[in-house]
Structures are given as C-alpha cells and as structure tokens.
Design a protein around this ligand. Structure first.
Ligand code: HEC
Length: 301
C-alpha cells in the first residue's frame, strides 16, 4: 500500500533528473537523493502529522458504529477482530492486509449491504480510514473497543442521550424572558430562526389553554370571567385550576393509552369486547392526575 503510493508520487522525479545535466556526478547524485528524500517525507509524513487523524476521535467511532457488529471479539466475520490492537495487528483470514481492508471499504463491500441496501461508508469516513492506515494504522495498546460504547443507526449505545447523567444546564441569556424554561425555548427558537407567536387576548388564551390541558372548550361563563378579571395573576390561577382538574388526566392519558394500544374491543377479525379494559384506562387517568412518577408507574403496573 505504502510502497505503491510512494512509487506513484516519486516516479516523475527520475525522469526530471535525467533531463538535468550536471558536470559533477556527485552533485547530481546528491541532488537526486535530496529530492527523493523530500518526496518521501511529503508523501509519508503529511498524513501522520499535518492531516492529524486521531484514533480516538476519528477512527474508533467508525469501527464501533460500522464494523464491530460483525467484527467483534467473539467469532468475528472473516476472522477479523476489530476490537483491539492484537486483533487489528493479526488481521483476518487473509492476514494483515491493510490495503485490501481499505479497498473493500472503499468499494462498498464492507460493511456488506443490508436487506439489499448499500451500507457504504461516507467519503469522509473512508478518507479518515485511508489517512490512518497510510500513516501506519497505530492502535493505542490498551484501547479495547466495545460494540455498545456508541449509538449507531441500528442500536443504542452508552452514549445515548437518556443514559447520560443528569446535568444542570446553564440557562441561556435571552432578552425579554423571566422564566428559565422560556429562556431555553426562546434560545432554541432563535437557533432555528423562529420567533414566538404573538401574545393573544384573554378570550383566545383561555380557549387555547383549555384545549391544551383538558382537550375541552371552556364554558361561556368561564371565558367571560377570565376576560373581565382584573386579577394580575388570573392566567396563573387559570392554569392551576386546569391542572388540578381530573380532566387533565383524562386528556393526557389518551396519549399513553395510544402508546400501549388500548382498546375496548379486539378490533380485528374476532371483534369481542374487553369488558374490563376500562379498569386499566381509569388507572392510567388516576396515575396521571396523582402525578405518579414514571418509574413507580412501571412498578405498579
Ligand atoms: C454485517 C456484518 C459486517 C459488517 C458490519 C462488516 N463486515 Fe467485514 N466482513 C463480514 C463478513 C461476513 C466477512 C467474511 C466474508 C468476506 O470476506 O466477504 C467480512 C470480511 C471482512 C474483511 C476480510 C477479512 C479477511 O482477512 O478475509 C475485511 C478486511 C473486513 N471485513 C473489513 C470490514 C470493515 C473495515 C468494516 C467496517 C467498516 C466491516 N468489515 C464491517 C461482515 C461484516
């Protein structure tokens, strides 16, 4: 692999040299050597030093996400174990042929297609592997890769967001917000170039809040008394009232019941009723109204 690259890039130099006439053969030879040496330096050293592929940040993620599923330590495909330095150095059934490894990746043979769909690595990943291999393919001695250290397209890994320790994030500074939640929302909206919808009058506001929290419209009396109230905390009180009502649990239980595919009949082919299904429905409604924590709700179920 390396030999080929050097020969390609250096092969023009002997031609160039033969056109130069030196009176002193020693000077000519010396110059040849200097130029050849410089050429080797350029070809061999750029990838290692200037382009700077780092095993941990550039190579490990590719191997873990794209290769380890089949080239792990137990019964690796093609005998090629890509989890550790010894496996890498030993190579596969065809030996330690890095040129071939690269070729199979570059040709899209590795990873093999899945369900008729090419799994070819994107150009930048092939480029990183190429640079790494050209610069010697150094694998830090102690580093052992593990399939589950990273999330890929087909499986979650330990870097999955919900498995990260809870951290208290810095509240973004956004003008015109006086609640941290608003600041987070405004900051994200700003990131995607959106602005909040304009504030609305109270008659619209109570309709929206009721629809959000209860899924039901407010009565005419409720609308009038909210619209005409001169209490500065009228909105906060309205929200508290909507949250405290059993309708809140009825509304939000619907999403959970959809997730668990709740129904009161079998629904298909033999469409019998499930006479006691409502017990589970009511339990979910009550659990939401009682603010039952998510983990406890699993235990109770
Ligand atoms: C879905 C499974 C799968 C994935 C993912 C996969 N391979 Fe393979 N690989 C195989 C199988 C099976 C073989 C043996 C058959 C063959 O050589 O085609 C193999 C063989 C190879 C060989 C030849 C080994 C030898 O010495 O004969 C190389 C090199 C290789 N894979 C590299 C990779 C690289 C690099 C990746 C990640 C970019 C990768 N493979 C991802 C299944 C996979």
């Amino acid at each position: 692999m390396l030999g080929v690259a050097e020969a390609d890039s250096c092969s023009k130099f002997p031609v160039l040299m033969s056109h130069l006439r030196f009176r002193c053969p020693f000077a000519a030879n010396l110059l040849k050597w200097v130029v050849t040496f410089a050429c080797l330096l350029v070809v061999c050293q750029i990838p290692a030093t200037c382009l700077g592929v780092d095993f941990e940040s550039d190579i490990a993620p590719i191997l873990v996400r794209r290769c380890l599923e089949c080239h792990g330590s137990k019964d690796p495909s093609g005998g090629l174990n890509l989890t550790s330095a010894p496996g890498w150095k030993r190579g596969g059934e065809s030996g330690h042929d890095l040129g071939w490894l690269l070729e199979r990746v570059a040709l899209g043979e590795m990873p093999p297609e899945r369900k008729g769909q090419s799994q070819q690595l994107p150009d930048d990943e092939v480029g990183s592997l190429r640079e790494w291999i050209i610069s010697g393919g150094e694998w830090p001695a102690e580093r052992v890769l593990d399939l589950y250290e990273r999330t890929s397209d087909v499986r979650g890994g330990r870097d999955w967001w919900s498995l990260q320790p809870v951290r208290r994030p810095e509240v973004p500074h956004v003008a015109g917000t006086n609640h941290p939640i608003d600041a987070f929302i405004r900051a994200k909206l700003g990131d995607v170039g959106m602005v909040p919808a304009p504030a609305v009058d109270r008659r619209t506001l109570i309709r929206r809040l009721s629809a959000d929290l209860w899924g039901l419209p407010p009565t005419m009396d409720e609308i009038d008394s909210f619209a005409e109230s001169d209490d500065p905390l009228a909105t906060e009180k309205l929200i508290d009232r909507l949250l405290a009502s059993p309708h809140f649990g009825e509304r939000w239980a619907r999403y959970w019941l959809d997730v668990v595919r709740f129904a009161e009949t079998s629904g298909y082919e033999r469409d019998q009723t499930k006479p006691f299904a409502w017990k589970y429905r009511d339990w979910v409604v009550d659990a939401i109204n009682a603010d039952l924590p998510y983990d406890q709700s699993w235990v109770d179920r």
